[in-house]
Design a protein around this ligand. Structure first.
Ligand code: ZN
Ligand code: ZN
Length: 437
């Protein structure tokens, strides 16, 4: 069942209504916004907010679809907010909406599969017309609900609807070059400070912005791969921004997401939940802030550990943000963050004592990068702009890691892993680096 739903409120709050069309997704041309529906909703709601009306339209349409025996549903909404909240990427905060959100999720759990996506108002004219009809002529709306698909279709195919009644929706914009997501705003930010810094770069076509929905629509998907027992990489295909992968460290005390990627879709949330969810997120440095706040929100506002020395770079602070200080911090038993500095003052690596069968592993992002010859690593102030790191900072990285035992080093891209003798690789590589300076 394809569901196009829409809420309307004339004033916020004001007289409100819910409209929806339910379309048999197997019929030819089901995706056409004017496809004849198998059922409709046109219901006045009294004095309500616009978001209440949007959510109620979804709830009523889902309940109708369930009654009609739908097995899979696809929701198409012109409310960005509702789509993001349904997908678990944005949090619902208002108590009334929390109730409607729960109701929607509980109905959705009755279907074997569901998705929700955002489309502009132009493709939701049918639902919009029904919502407006419920306000203008509630009696006619009641008759409409009982009418046949063809009769109902005549309502909006005449083109009498007024699509301009809802406010534009704010968006959590994403920088297309570095993948970092910004807090909700109607217009994209004027610039991306992460890219304007001399360690990164503004894209060759200028600053460009995208959104989570556009990434999904462009066909980006995440794939999960077991790197070794207890360590799962999460990467995006086709790659996006700088193309790194995140790593999920699985421990008896909970899972830690090391670094982050931008794309978060329901399939990823479901897979990660199957693996035990996320107890904490830890980020090596600002290039991997990505959509960390959306990830945290999708996993119960779990803590996001960032070294306080990089606090100025946090673009989208969420309720989970934990700025930590000092040289190291054990965030779960056997999982320790170590501040190496270098690439950024707050650059951090993660030591997982249980990795490599108890011999330990080091996850380094690009604070320490495994190079093409994977027996070696290197250190840079900027990788894309080839600016080397000062000698003293390379020495500090080696010193601060000396107490730790580990076998392998995992850096930011798939396959960039030293297989044995991590400490030897670090020591040799630091000496080689310094001898060429
Ligand atoms: Zn950027
Ligand atoms: Zn970096």
């Amino acid at each position: 069942m394809l569901i196009r739903a829409d809420g309307a409120a004339r004033g916020n709050p004001g007289p409100a209504s819910a409209g929806a069309v339910l379309i048999d997704a197997d019929q030819p041309g089901a995706n056409d916004p004017a496809a004849p529906p198998v059922a409709v909703i046109a219901q006045p709601l009294g004095i309500r907010t616009n978001n209440y009306a949007e959510w109620t339209a979804v709830v009523l349409a889902l309940e109708r679809a369930a009654e009609m025996g739908a097995v899979e549903v696809e929701l198409v909404l012109d409310s960005k907010l509702v789509v993001e909240q349904l997908m678990g990427r944005w949090r619902v905060k208002e108590p009334t909406l929390i109730r409607l959100h729960r109701q929607a999720l509980s109905t959705l759990s009755r279907f074997t599969r569901w998705t929700a996506r955002h489309e502009g108002r132009a493709s939701n004219v049918a639902a919009d017309a029904l919502a407006n009809l419920a306000l203008d002529d509630p009696a006619a709306a009641g008759r409409t609900e009982a009418a046949s698909g063809r009769e109902v279709q005549a309502l909006w195919s005449k083109g009498g609807s007024d699509p301009g009644t809802t406010d534009p929706e704010p968006e959590a914009w994403i920088c297309a070059t570095c993948g970092v997501q910004y807090p909700l705003s109607l217009e994209p930010p004027v610039a991306c400070p992460i890219c304007e810094d001399d360690r990164q770069y503004v894209g060759w076509d200028g600053q460009r912005w995208t959104t989570m929905a556009q990434l999904v629509a462009a066909g980006h998907r995440n794939h999960l791969t077991e790197e070794e027992p207890g360590l799962v990489s999460i990467g995006t295909e086709p790659t996006f921004a700088i193309g790194q992968r995140a790593l999920l460290v699985r421990t008896p005390a909970g899972n830690v997401l090391w670094d982050c990627i931008t794309l978060l879709d329901p399939a990823t949330v479901a897979r990660v939940r199957e693996l035990g969810g996320i107890a904490a997120i830890a980020i090596s440095h600002p290039h991997f802030y990505d959509a960390m706040t959306s990830w945290s929100a999708a996993f119960g506002d779990c803590p996001v550990f960032i070294h306080a020395a990089d606090a100025e770079w946090v673009q989208y602070p969420g309720p989970g943000l934990r700025l930590w200080e000092g040289d190291s911090k054990e965030i779960l038993p056997g999982v320790t963050l170590i501040n190496t500095g270098g690439h950024f003052p707050g650059s951090t690596v993660l030591h997982w004592a249980g990795g490599a069968g108890g011999r330990g592993v080091l996850l380094t992002g690009d604070s320490i990068t495994v190079v093409q010859d994977r027996h070696w690593v290197s250190f840079m102030y900027s990788f894309p702009n080839l600016i080397p790191l000062a000698d003293a900072q390379v020495r500090r990285i080696v010193e601060v890691l000396r107490p730790f035992r580990y076998e392998r080093i995992y850096s930011l891209w798939e396959g960039r892993v030293t297989s044995t003798d991590g400490p030897g690789a670090l020591q040799r590589s630091a000496e080689r680096y310094l001898s060429h300076r």
